[in-house]
Design a protein around this ligand. Structure first.
Ligand SMILES: O=P(O)(O)OC[C@H]1O[C@H](OP(=O)(O)OP(=O)(O)O)[C@H](O)[C@@H]1O
Ligand code: HPA
Ligand SMILES: [Mg+2]
Length: 192
């Protein structure tokens, strides 16, 4: 159950805490560029508010937003349903609410991953009740085999297998977020 140091995380092909890379740094960069071009086109002439879901979406938000040429601003919500576990508790808690009033605004939720879908289905309902002009979802990753609640995703990066992954914002017990790619975490790290 002991974890290795960050230096070892960077060599998944030689083991350590990681099994294999699922999405490389270059694949992320290229796909976010494509999604940004679509978002630019779809929201042309409109003001867009990106709502990031802390903490996992910090990297997607930062890299996606810099690719947009729109009139765009950002806000953040912090919700948590995983804690130090690889399974969603199913109970979503608001740890930080939006600063902005989203009434009549075009909102694009920015996420790192849809796993069970519980976080986003809850969040969409919650934000919808505040009367936005529109609400859509952009997520870097989705695990189709794990989805318990369907959520309508307009901007999707990659569908990935149903394995616990870390990196590019995704954590296990707050570690590994800094990896520039997404990799499968070795089950021995979480006792799986
Ligand atoms: O589709 P779901 O099964 O609900 O899982 C997805 C959510 O879980 C993770 O967040 P987490 O609650 O771990 O908080 P974090 O972003 O701070 O890591 C992830 O960043 C998503 O927000
Ligand atoms: O596979 C995952 N990894 C890290 N955090 C997560 N939150 C939901 N699914 C995951
Ligand atoms: Mg997490």
């Amino acid at each position: 159950m002991s974890a290795t140091s960050p230096a070892a995380w960077r060599h998944p092909e030689v083991g350590g805490d990681l099994v294999r890379v699922v999405v490389s740094e270059e694949e992320i960069r290229s796909r976010l560029g494509e999604l940004a071009a679509r978002i630019d086109e779809d929201y042309a002439g409109k003001e867009l508010l990106l709502v990031g879901v802390l903490k996992g979406a910090a990297f997607v938000m930062s890299d996606l937003m810099r690719r947009l040429t729109l009139d765009v601003s950002m806000d953040w919500m912090a919700v948590s349903s995983y804690g130090a576990s690889t399974q969603s508790s199913g109970v979503v808690r608001i740890l930080k609410d939006l600063d902005a009033d989203i009434t009549d605004r075009h909102v694009l939720i920015v996420e790192d991953i849809i796993d069970s879908g519980l976080t986003l289905s809850w969040l969409v309902d919650n934000l919808y009740s505040r009367g936005p002009a529109s609400i859509e979802i952009a997520t870097l990753l989705r695990k189709p085999e794990a989805v318990k609640v369907e959520v309508d995703v307009k901007y999707l990066g990659f569908d990935i297998p149903n394995e616990f992954v870390v990196g590019y914002g995704l954590d296990y017990a707050e570690r590994y977020r800094q990896l520039p790619y997404v990799a499968v975490l070795a089950p021995h790290v979480y006792g799986g």
